[in-house]
Ligand binder design. Structure first.
Ligand SMILES: [Zn+2]
Length: 94
């Protein structure tokens, strides 16, 4: 891991994110600044397995500017046992 001293004061917060894609499980640090805050409401791709459509979910706080998060994907019977608290979205479609 390389660090450059270009910014002594780093803006934003860091999300220590774990990819929930089955078979990946990659953990990476995602730095979110005010410019990138829009990421939190949308979807993004995992930098390792490159699966698109992951939604960032914040799980908790580790430090002042360090959060734990996971990248979750819509479960469509792929065998992932993620307790979906967003299943209500599907129940509207009948
Ligand atoms: Zn991944």
């Amino acid at each position: 891991m390389q660090r450059r001293n270009e910014h002594l004061e780093s803006p934003g917060v860091v999300y220590r994110t774990t990819c929930e894609n089955p078979g990946c499980g990659h953990t990476f640090d995602l730095r979110i600044t005010a410019k990138e805050a829009g990421l939190l409401g949308g979807t993004m791709a995992c930098p390792r397995c490159r699966r698109h459509g992951g939604m960032l979910k914040r799980l908790g706080r580790l430090d002042d500017r360090l959060f734990v998060a996971k990248l979750v994907y819509k479960v469509t019977g792929a065998g992932a046992s993620v307790p979906g608290d967003e299943g209500d979205l599907l129940s509207d479609i009948r």
